[in-house]
Ligand binder design. Structure first.
Ligand code: 5GP
Ligand code: ZN
Length: 126
């Protein structure tokens, strides 16, 4: 089964209709450099098929979910951050500032980072 959303920018990148700096690809996932990198290594890892967010993962998506993590390890090795360290971030939904509605893991590395990840924008609900 293949899911494609013609209005989705990451579906268009996966289909090759919009250019991207591709780092890694297999039958399940695509990894390409973020257009606006926040660190020396900033790669997005997406499923080839359109899944809007982690919240939309369903039974049957185990393979593609695992493929994203395995690709992250591969990309970390390819970009030289395997030992220095890296962060894998899935922004999911409005509070997390997800701006593209197609699952993507940000693989970020090549610099030391702070924790926690929010930077003064907190709005506490309730
Ligand atoms: P989000 O905010 O949804 O977690 O992350 C979306 C990311 O996609 C952002 O870091 C943004 O820079 C990146 N992005 C948005 N449009 C494009 C694009 O057309 N090409 C590439 N390579 N990255 C994009
Ligand atoms: Zn999509």
């Amino acid at each position: 089964m293949s899911r494609y959303d013609s209005s989705c920018i990451f579906c268009k990148i996966a289909a090759g209709h919009i250019p991207a700096s591709v780092v890694y690809r297999n039958d399940h996932v695509l990894a390409f450099r973020d257009l606006n990198p926040v660190a020396p290594t900033h790669v997005l890892i997406i499923p080839i098929e359109h899944i809007p967010s982690l919240s939309n993962l369903a039974a049957g998506d185990e393979e593609v979910a695992g493929q994203i993590l395995m690709a992250a390890r591969t990309v970390a090795g390819m970009t030289g951050v395997l030992d220095s360290g890296y962060r894998l971030v899935f922004n999911n939904g409005p509070d997390a500032l997800q701006s593209v509605g197609h699952i993507h893991a940000h693989l970020i590395g090549g610099k030391s980072m702070g924790w926690p990840p929010f930077a003064g924008h907190e709005v506490i609900h309730g």
